[in-house]
Design a protein. Structure first.
Length: 254
């Protein structure tokens, strides 16, 4: 799957570290693996469609391990899961198709602007969150929108869906665990769409590095989500995403 001819450990190490940190945050918060990884890949010159294909391919592996962890810690609401996953897959397939039909020179600044907006939103949520639990009411449209933006932007399922479930009053660990588990099926559908459209050659050494780091961190997500407050982590993730996305956007338009 991965073309790693002539690639040494030093070439993979940055991507391994990014994969580990991104997956650790994603497992704990139900967000950030896609947006962090995708921002890095685009900033390094990877075309948006290829970057999104790489990220979603790796999510098939890291997401499965993370989902097992969340299921083991009883962080999944299965009724909510099905209400999210079906419209999410539909939106993801549509988003992947739209992105592969857009020229990279056009898609790159749009995607980075979207990711910067996600970062700003996370900062705002981190400093203003006052949580009162109640069952979320708007679910299916949220799943569709999250799936579409996740595929078109290379990340966004977690930030869009998890944050909105929390805004509606969802229990934090249940929202995080259910969204992470649903993402396994979303990533599989998006990956298939991308690879059908642009081919498996879009993958390479960055994918291998992200896979190694992500798999190393994935088993800890359910444990952390069940025990750690997300407030300051939301703010830190938002700061990193905003800074890297705005830098990439500046490079894309300058």
């Amino acid at each position: 799957m991965f073309d790693v001819a002539g690639v040494g450990p030093a070439d993979l190490l940055p991507f391994i570290l990014v994969g580990f940190v991104a997956q650790m945050i994603d497992g704990a918060l139900g967000m950030a693996f896609g947006v962090i990884s995708n921002t890095l890949l685009i900033s390094l010159g990877v075309p948006p469609a290829s970057a999104s294909a790489i990220v979603h391919t790796i999510k098939n592996f890291t997401g499965a391990v993370s989902a097992i962890s969340h299921i083991a810690h009883r962080n999944v609401d299965w009724r909510l899961f099905w209400r999210l996953v079906i419209p999410g897959v539909a939106g993801g397939v549509l988003g992947a198709y739209v992105l592969t039909e857009i020229l990279p020179s056009v898609a790159k600044p749009l995607v980075l602007a979207y990711l910067a907006a996600i970062g700003i939103f996370l900062i705002w949520r981190g400093f203003t969150q006052i949580h009162r639990e109640k069952p979320p009411r708007i679910v299916e449209p949220l799943g569709f929108a999250g799936g579409f933006l996740d595929a078109a932007g290379g990340g966004g399922w977690g930030p869009v869906v998890t944050s909105n479930l929390l805004v509606q009053g969802g229990t934090p660990r249940i929202a995080v665990g259910t969204v992470n588990t649903a993402e396994v099926f979303l990533a599989l559908a998006i990956t298939a769409t991308f690879l059908f459209s642009i081919g498996i050659s879009a993958l390479g050494p960055p994918a291998l590095g992200l896979l190694i780091g992500g798999l190393a961190a994935a088993p800890f997500g359910g444990y952390v989500a069940a025990r750690v407050s997300a407030k300051w982590m939301l703010a830190m993730v938002g700061t990193v995403l905003t800074a890297t996305s705005l830098y990439g956007f500046w490079r894309a338009v300058s």
